[in-house]
Ligand binder design. Structure first.
Ligand SMILES: [Fe+2]
Length: 273
């Protein structure tokens, strides 16, 4: 068994694991270590060459139930494997920036965790930012916390629109049949009791506040998140080939920054419930 090197990331969110090989992920003790790190730190980053679908499945299956949720194209022969890609024929979500969000809040249950493994990355750069929803909630003023504690959000995903607009367009009616679900704005982790702000691009409407006031509050919180990005544990990851990131989908929000669409970009994604 490999001796892993583990150290916290500088930003206050997550942990980095080094000295790991692909076949380590077939070792139950290594998988237990990753599960423990995931449960403690909410985000685990490593770099591992030759990490196949089988390795990815083994790790995902240790974290939870791997899902091929309905409506998601790009299925491969291995369950739960999708390719976020602008070059593969079966690629999904190949283009465009996406603001901070949590995946599948428009389904019940939402995803517990997500994993991305970088296969091909634009030479000019490609970043995903990760933000602690727990630190975000904790940083709010008491007055803001009091408001969001009593509001639920209706989330939407419109498969007919391009990537950045699949989530929400305040002014356009969603395509009939698009998945929607209502979630509390403040989510409490049933395992640890931690409370996090589910502040997500998928938010379409509100329960417990008039829509216009909800949209205004959403904008206020978005600005708050940007102004306090360091205080609320934002980890900015610049992708390199073989990078693997596993994160808790409800305790950590993620956002994809713009990248050069003419340069190949392929990440292997696994959703976990
Ligand atoms: Fe996402």
């Amino acid at each position: 068994m490999t001796d892993l090197t583990i150290k916290p990331l500088d930003c206050g969110l997550g942990v980095e694991v080094s000295d790991v090989s692909a076949d380590d992920f077939l070792d139950p003790l290594i998988l237990d270590t990753f599960v423990s790190l995931f449960n403690t730190y909410s985000l685990v980053r490593t770099r591992v060459a030759g990490f196949t679908e089988a390795h990815q499945y083994a790790l995902a299956n240790a974290i939870g139930e791997v899902t091929d949720r309905a409506g998601a194209p790009g299925k491969s022969a291995t369950p739960g494997m999708q390719y976020v890609s602008n070059v593969r024929a079966d690629g999904v979500l190949g283009k465009g920036a996406i603001n901070f969000h949590h995946d599948h809040l428009f389904y019940n249950p939402p995803l517990k965790a997500l994993m991305l493994y970088a296969i091909e990355v634009p030479a000019s750069g490609s970043e995903t930012h990760f933000r602690s929803s727990v630190a975000f909630y904790a940083a709010l003023t008491p007055a803001l916390r009091e408001q969001v504690d009593h509001i639920q959000c209706k989330h939407l995903y419109d498969h007919t629109k391009l990537a950045a607009r699949k989530y929400r367009d305040w002014d356009t009616d969603p395509t009939p049949g698009s998945p929607t679900d209502i979630k509390p704005w403040v989510w409490q982790d049933p395992v640890t009791g931690r409370r996090g702000l589910l502040h997500s691009q998928s938010t379409l409407d509100f329960v417990g506040i008039e829509r216009e006031a909800g949209i205004s509050l959403y904008g206020e919180l978005t600005a708050f998140g940007e102004e306090h990005a360091d205080e609320i544990c934002t980890y900015r990851h610049r992708w390199a080939p073989d990078d693997l990131i596993l994160w808790h989908n409800l305790l950590v929000a993620h956002a994809r920054l713009p990248f050069a669409k003419e340069e190949p970009r392929t990440l292997r994604r696994t959703p976990i419930v």
